[in-house]
Design a protein around this ligand. Sequence first.
Ligand code: IMP
Ligand code: MG
Length: 179
Amino acid sequence: MNPDIESILISEEELGAKVREMGEEITRRYAGREPLFVGVLKGSFVFMADVLRCIDLPCSVDFMAVSSYGAGTESSGRVRIDKDLGHDIKGRDVVILEDILDSGTTLHYLLKVLAERGPASLAVYTLLDKPARRKKEVKAEMTGFTIPDAFVVGYGLDYDEKYRNLPYIGVLRPEVYGG
Ligand code: IMP
Ligand code: MG
């Protein structure tokens, strides 16, 4: 295990099983349609790559990059679009894939911005949900795991751009971020 990790919260095997379940659920929910999957960069790229391969539908893929965190572990409360979609989403079934729903600031903002563009439908599937620190109400269609109020990394999630490549979700030692 990486020495900066205090404990493994969700193992590689548990992630695999849950991601498959989410992919199958999305396949059932969108049968007969052709959704556009929007990954929220960068944290969702591992989850997105895995869940898409469990989805049996014709689909397209796009990405948005937003930032609200900077280098710390607390949201700044403000969201900035660093990269916008390449697709026109008017009349499309849009599915947002996100790594973690924490304060809700990011998804609340994204849902508002994308809803204004007139999609046929707009839904959120998030791998992790950390309800303890919620500031903005966000309705997710499905969440993979509800987790306690700890700062986690791995499987796409970072601290200061590191640890995204860990195959599990682990709790970062507070010493690492001066907590
Ligand atoms: P929110 O806007 O506070 O809901 O936070 C969403 C974003 O904050 C996520 O997409 C992550 O990039 C980041 N984030 C929130 N909690 C964690 C965590 O425990 N580990 C790593 N990143 C996190
Ligand atoms: Mg991040």
